[in-house]
Design a protein around this ligand. Structure first.
Ligand code: MV4
Length: 661
């Protein structure tokens, strides 16, 4: 019997494993790197051990440090989660040598499935369908070229030691084959230290459908339905669901039975996933077996009603599988998306920085697995997945509707995420019809607005202007009718916006160039803006951090930077020429007179506020056209002090506008 489990992982999966282990009464030990001192998985565990510096090689991949942590705390088992040491046969062996139970399959199964070539041979022998191809040992380039002729084109060259699409290439014609083989070989040598290659006939626009399997130490193995993971980007899964909208009961049974054969053939133990490619005619082919608990396991948990971590611990203790095949029933539908700190508008670049607010929208049928909380920092050392959002419903559309709502209502302020991208996929009609294949993101979805810089609307500017204007004025100004227009300089997703905000009672009007729009303000609480637009009342949550304003109007994420009080210092970048007081204060020095020429960056006026001097600088080259400041004046924040003009470009300095009623 096991008593104390060490989790050799971090983030959401460590938290997830700790949750079940605690529920079942096991004591839990977290390990953490220097970057994860205050991470959620550390707080969730009973005990925690520091295992090294932030880089993974020095901490989460450091076998000796992890095993030492288990010894030090008296843990009797190690759960590796996914990634890191989870599919490392040497680590499984090292645990055993140290007298620790490795919660995972035996070394020999990890090792076999780590080789595409040997696993394919083993699967073929076990009667599992594989993609027709060539997988001889020690194949020379010439043998591969000869084999290609009988396989036909298009074909795939795959590195035997690769996985998840790494070291894989598609070849359309025989003319380029020799060269592609040479390239693939040298890439595989560099990436995996092993140049072994196999060839496969290419399956066109396949679906990626995988079977969850489980085996115990007594020779029992079962399958727990499938997961459709066809929606991927650069071999990273984006959406996963169970059951697959493409799988019929007959196909499920055939794939399930093939997966169980695969499992028994390699004397497997514990949780495993058998990946298949499925073509448009519902032929399926073994691709690889993952010898770990997968990221997307929750969709299987929701449709089977089972806790797969509990199953793993039962099997690791030598107990029989909790259910027989006949007792495993699929009920309802589950869809998962991976919420990442990444920027879809800029090539999905990983994002780092403070997570000011992370507010998952947990409602009926929604599960959120996460390892972060508000106030955390997303560091560059680890995978930037923030959470998995998983929806369950009676049918696929119930799950889909709930997921879309959860994504729309989840509030994330601080880092840019793929939240809007995910909600666009879930709302897409092709996905809605269950017709997405592995080609989906590169085909119909490729021009989606969620992958382009924010298209800022006048309403966005009104909302931002309303919140920023309020922050700039005292309560008294709100009731003033026809208060003078306040100019704001905003930046959103790299684009600049000069707007005029004008308030007339509860009506807030924003002008941007020729665009004018007004809303009726209902309430502004510091965190929520309630407004009426065209007769419809809405609420929008927001947060201000320094000169940034975060908000999520109508499902998109906006980060608005307020540059109103910062002179544009970069050469070539020019401002409005309307220089305002940056806060309430008094004028202690005026360095220019009307008509004086000024250079971008010159100090024109000095304001004293809060016992400090604040220089007001020219935000462009020009000439002082209006001077509204005199030494000794008391001025209010936003009051215009100096106006600059360029004789040949007066249009850049528009006159202030009166509100339209
Ligand atoms: C293939 C294939 C077509 N034919 N093999 C990509 C990841 C790796 N696990 C296997 N992959 C593929 N192997 C043959 N013989 C197409 C893919 C593939 C793919 C597979 C699953 C999900 C997304 C994919 C995207 C592009 C290519």
């Amino acid at each position: 019997m096991l008593t104390k489990l060490l989790i050799a992982n971090r983030g959401e999966i460590a938290v997830r494993i700790i949750r079940t282990a605690r529920q079942l009464g096991y004591r839990t030990v977290a390990v953490y790197s220097e970057a994860d001192r205050d991470a959620l998985h550390v707080l969730a565990a009973d005990e925690a051990v520091a295992i090294g510096p932030a880089p993974v090689a020095a901490s989460y991949l450091n076998m000796e440090a992890v095993i030492d942590a288990a010894k030090k705390t008296g843990a009797d088992a190690i759960h590796p989660g996914y990634g890191f040491l989870s599919e490392n046969a040497r680590f499984a062996a090292a645990c055993k040598r140290a007298g620790l139970t490795f919660v995972g399959p035996p070394e020999h199964a990890i090792e076999l499935m780590g080789s595409k070539r040997r696993s394919k041979i083993a699967m073929k022998a076990a009667g599992v369908p594989v993609v027709p191809g060539f997988e001889n040992a020690d194949a020379s380039d010439d043998e591969l070229i000869a084999a290609a002729d009988s396989i036909g084109y298009p074909l795939m060259i795959k590195a035997s030691a690769g996985g998840g699409g790494r070291g894989m290439r598609l070849v359309h014609r025989g003319q380029t084959l020799a060269e592609e083989i040479q390239r693939a070989r040298s890439e595989a040598r560099n990436a995996f230290g092993d140049g072994e290659l196999i060839l496969e006939k290419a399956v066109i626009e396949p679906r990626h459908i995988e079977i969850q399997v489980f085996a115990d130490q007594h020779g029992n193995a079962v399958y727990l339905g499938e997961r459709d993971c066809s929606i991927q980007r650069r071999h990273q899964k984006v959406v996963e669901e169970s059951p697959s909208p493409f799988v019929t009961p007959d196909l499920r049974r055939a794939m399930g039975e093939a997966a169980v054969k695969a499992t028994l053939a390699c004397q497997y133990e514990g949780a495993g996933t058998v990946e298949f490619l499925v073509d448009k005619n519902r032929n399926f082919y073994f691709l690889e077996m993952n010898t770990r608990l997968q990221v997307e396991h929750p969709v299987t948990e929701l449709v089977t009603g089972q806790d797969l971590v509990a199953w793993q611990l039962a099997v690791a203790e030598g107990r029989p599988l909790p259910l027989t095949q006949d007792e495993i029933q699929l009920r309802g539908h589950a869809i998962e998306v991976r919420l990442y700190a990444e920027d879809p508008a800029h090539g999905f670049t990983p994002q780092t920085g403070p997570l000011h607010l992370f507010q998952p929208a947990v409602t009926e049928g929604i599960r959120i697995d996460t390892g972060v909380q508000s106030g955390d920092t997303v560091t560059p050392f680890y995978d930037p997945m923030l959470a998995k959002v998983i929806a369950f419903g009676q049918c696929r559309d119930d799950a889909r509707r709930r997921l879309l709502r959860a994504l729309t209502d989840t509030v994330i302020f601080g880092v840019t995420t793929n939240r809007y991208f995910l909600s666009r996929i879930i709302a897409d009609p092709v996905f809605g019809a269950g017709e997405a294949t592995t080609a989906f993101l590169d085909q119909g979805f490729a021009n989606d607005p969620s992958m382009r810089p924010t298209d800022v609307s006048i309403l966005d500017l009104v909302l931002a202007g309303t919140i920023l204007y309020q922050g700039e004025t005292t309560g008294a100004n709100w009731s003033n009718s026809l208060a003078t227009a306040v100019p704001l300089r905003l930046a959103i997703d790299g684009a600049g916006f000069e707007v005029q905000v004008q308030c007339n009672g509860q009506s807030i009007q924003v002008r941007h160039g020729d665009d004018v729009h007004a809303i009726t303000l209902v309430e502004l609480t510091g965190h929520h803006l309630c407004f009426i637009d065209k007769g419809v009342r809405h609420v929008c949550q927001y947060q201000r951090e320094a000169n940034r304003l975060y908000l999520q109007p109508f499902g998109r994420s906006l980060c608005v930077t307020d540059h109103t009080h910062q002179p544009a210092v970069a050469s070539g970048v020019t401002g409005s020429g309307r220089l305002q007081a940056s806060m309430d204060g008094s004028i202690i020095e005026v360095r220019v007179a009307a008509g004086d020429p000024v250079q971008h960056g010159d100090t024109l006026v000095i304001l004293e506020a809060m016992k400090m001097e604040h220089p007001i600088k020219a935000d462009r080259n020009g000439r002082v056209s209006q001077l509204h400041a005199t030494k000794g004046d008391q001025v209010k924040r936003h009051q215009v002090l100096v106006e600059l003009a360029i004789e040949d470009d007066v249009a850049q300095n528009p006159p202030s506008q009166e509100i339209e009623t």
